[in-house]
Design a protein around this ligand. Sequence first.
Ligand code: UD1
Ligand code: UDP
Length: 363
Amino acid sequence: MKHIALVFGTRPEAIKMCPLALELESRAHEFRTTVIVTGQHRQMLRQVLDVFGVAPDFDLDIMREQQTLFDITERTVSGMRALLSQLRPDVLLVHGDTTTAFAAALAAFYLEIPVGHVEAGLRTYNIKSPYPEEFNRQAIDSVSSYHFAPTDSARNNLLREGKRADTIFVTGNTAIDALRTTVRADYSHPDLDWAADSRLVMLTAHRRENLGESMRVIFRAVLRVVRESPDIKVIYPVHLNPAVGSAARDILGAHPRIRLIEPLGALDFHNFLARAHLILTDSGGIQEEAPSLGKPVLVLRDTTERPEGISAGTLLLAGTDEACVYERFTRLLCDDALYASMSRASNPYGDGFASRAIADALA
Ligand code: UD1
Ligand code: UDP
């Protein structure tokens, strides 16, 4: 029987790894499964574990207030060194492009434990955007023995970089596995009742390269549009990074049609997305979820590693420049033809069975 260890540490990794952990655990005759969390996020990770009912076997508990990349890397490498030396799994699965994933893959590589990379092959080829994620994902793919690519375009990136075809498995994205179980027609919430008389805009922002002035610029553009558009209300579940919270409160906190709330659990958040008119975000995961839900997204970034959402017509890059964000946001609110063309549901990331495909490949 193969021993598969999974490691993750942040909210988005957890949302996409819990369905896989549950799939592997349900196949106990094929796999021994060990779930490790680094705790790079504390409260936001716990929210996801609770929703999925996943109980980690080990928690490195590394999070610190306003942690640096050094803090996360050092604590993860040393914690994973100790754990992996004891456990010696047949494969360590890491996810995506966080520093948890990079540092855990590095520790496994040093211990000569094969790494399987879930969500492999995403690229912008701009090492500064997103930062440090583009470095992390390239570095992880260079030490991985197995690449679980969500789409053909991710597979093609890996092939172009010289990865062997028999190490790459196109599986879809496990983000969609989660959506299959969370969105409900009869869902209700007091914040959705508050917004029921308006077009609901969901906003999220947290990217490290946007912290500081870039984020303030984005928020100022959003505020201008909200002031000029009496029929919209904005709900913004604010990331727990204190640098994000202070900018959000300073610029958006006082407007009566903008509600800043605590991060939502995945079940709640997915249902808020399903109810939204449109989404403004710099998040990676939300760019994957929106096409399935048929919700237009203005991506608050200069690049994206998710070209599938652009091809599907769901995503529009809005950049991080005040004039550009203002112009694109206003256009999407006023131009019905553009809105209609961006709100068609599609499934570029698969039909919600990626975890099963990954487990089959591992078997
Ligand atoms: C991390 C990932 C990023 C991912 C994002 C998802 C890296 C370098 N960054 O960025 O790729 O898109 O998670 O959200 O891996 N905090 C809390 N409680 C929490 C979570 C965060 O208090 O549950 C606060 C802490 O002060 C922490 C800070 O937020 O120090 C920043 O967290 P960190 O994981 O370093 O960066 P993120 O911006 O969340
Ligand atoms: N999400 C959530 N609650 C929130 C905001 C986002 O559960 O309040 C989910 C969202 O549906 C997606 C994931 O968190 O699955 C995205 O996480 P984030 O934007 O923090 O990270 P990224 O995807 O950019 O790495």
